[in-house]
Ligand binder design. Structure first.
Ligand code: HEC
Length: 270
């Protein structure tokens, strides 16, 4: 009787130890990958790290920056690749750090662009969406590559949250509050030099009006990807302001034509 009890107890302790071990490994190997936990995510689905992580004495704070060739940028060029950098500053001597971040399109809360690779060791991209630690990290800097979305996406936000941890294998560590970095799409004026005509177009992308400045009288048309002519203005001169508010979002061809030439420019309506 006594012997049976000991065996049962022994198996129970072993199972308990195995459970603790596996849950420790899995939980610190990335909140999304290991536990499907998103501090933030598409459609702002949300479960903050601080639901489970709190206490500690490290008072961490986090900064996010987007860089091109080592220099911080405030706008992105569609399709270009950037480095996304997260830094966690903390007081005291944390044993390690952890984090999670996402890139979101401001206008519809969908994923923005593609997190293509992890630059920092001990991180991974989980579910194509979450950039996070793959184990607690002794370095407080986390970096990933980010490929910017297509033209017309508009402003995006990088939302991240970080932890300075004591390495205890428990969740009694301190979560920082969310940090957001907003980056605008680069909206520029295109100046097109024809043989006889100079055309300026701004802003591009646009969502309300498109301004076309002509040095010579010309016809202006806006043609969608299927070849439908959505706007046609004959004999325009000087500056023309075109209302594009009612056009479906997408990429259009702006065609400027006169007796001497035809000039084309790609215009994005958001
Ligand atoms: C549902 C509860 C829960 C949430 C939410 C959660 N974690 Fe954890 N996390 C845990 C538990 C439990 C542990 C302890 C087990 C371990 O260390 O593996 C842990 C451990 C960790 C560790 C290792 C801690 C140490 O001192 O060893 C890091 C780093 C970490 N989590 C990061 C995060 C981040 C970043 C978030 C938010 C994006 C997050 N966690 C959200 C439950 C959670």
């Amino acid at each position: 009787m006594y012997k049976t009890y000991k065996t049962v107890l022994g198996v129970g302790i072993m199972l308990g130890a195995l459970y603790t071990l596996s849950s420790n490994i899995s939980r610190s190997s990335g909140p999304h990958k290991a536990q499907s936990i998103s501090a933030v995510g598409p459609n702002k689905s949300h479960q903050s790290c601080s639901v489970c992580h709190s206490g500690g004495n490290y008072s961490p704070s986090m900064t996010i920056s987007l860089k091109k060739d080592g220099n911080a940028v405030t706008t992105y060029e569609p399709g270009e690749t950037y480095q996304l950098e997260f830094n966690i500053a903390a007081t005291g001597s944390p044993a390690a750090y952890g984090m999670q971040a996402v890139a979101i399109v401001d206008k519809d809360d969908s994923n923005a662009g593609v997190l293509t690779a992890d630059i920092t060791p001990n991180t991974h991209i989980s579910g194509d969406t979450y950039f996070e630690q793959s184990q607690r990290n002794t370095n407080s800097k986390f970096e990933a590559s980010w490929r910017a979305p297509a033209a017309g996406t508009g402003s995006v936000s990088f939302i991240g949250i970080g932890l300075a941890v004591n390495g205890s294998g428990t969740s009694g560590d301190e979560a920082t509050s969310e940090v957001t970095l907003s980056i605008q799409e680069n909206i520029s004026t295109s100046t097109l030099e024809g043989t006889n005509t100079t055309v300026s177009v701004y802003p591009n992308p646009t969502n309300k009006t498109l301004n076309v400045v002509l040095s010579n009288p010309s016809n202006i048309s806006l043609v969608d990807q299927l070849g439908n002519v959505n706007i046609n203005i004959e004999g325009s001169t000087g500056e023309q302001t075109i209302n594009v508010e009612d056009l479906a979002p997408g990429v259009y061809n702006l065609i400027i034509s006169n007796d001497a030439e035809v000039i084309k420019e790609r215009v994005v309506i958001q």
